[in-house]
Design a binder for this molecule. Structure first.
Ligand SMILES: [Zn+2]
Ligand SMILES: [Zn+2]
Length: 144
């Protein structure tokens, strides 16, 4: 663990500072309708971490949380509205949006919830209909 690298990030205004340490469990793009409507963007670039690897280093009291379902607790900065992360307690991971940790060497490995896409991305990466079986999905693939 002593060699684990730490990457720092923040919200849009800098009030909330976060850090992630080590390696994520998975990286990719989520095409689900919930990510789209909450983020107001067509696709969410995610990095999934063990919750212990994610630290709020400043501004924890400025974080707002909303959970429409028990699967996703979406968090943002109450000062600037900038998005930070989503906790997925039922899956045991925390999604730190790739855009929030710009120095982290993000490399997508998979597209998930591709059945809901509005922006097809023909990059040759696997396209999961929903999510992998180990995250409670069907694990089924769909065409690009
Ligand atoms: Zn902020
Ligand atoms: Zn999503």
């Amino acid at each position: 663990m002593s060699q684990a690298k730490t990457y720092r990030g923040s919200c849009f205004c800098g009030t909330v500072q976060i850090a992630v340490t080590g390696e994520p469990v998975a990286m990719g793009y989520c095409h689900c309708d919930s990510c789209r409507r909450w983020s107001a963007g067509p696709v969410n670039a995610f990095t999934l971490w063990n919750p212990d690897a994610v630290q709020v280093t400043q501004g924890a009291d400025s974080i707002g949380t909303y959970n429409k379902t028990a699967r996703s607790y979406r968090k943002w900065c109450k000062t600037c509205g900038g998005h930070l992360l989503t906790e997925h307690p039922t899956m045991g991971v925390t999604d730190v949006y790739a855009a929030v940790i710009p120095d982290f060497p993000y490399q997508a490995g998979v597209h998930v919830n591709y059945q809901e896409t509005v922006l097809r991305m023909r990059d040759g990466l696997p396209k999961q209909k929903d999510v992998p079986t180990e995250m409670g999905g069907t694990g089924a693939s769909v065409a690009e």
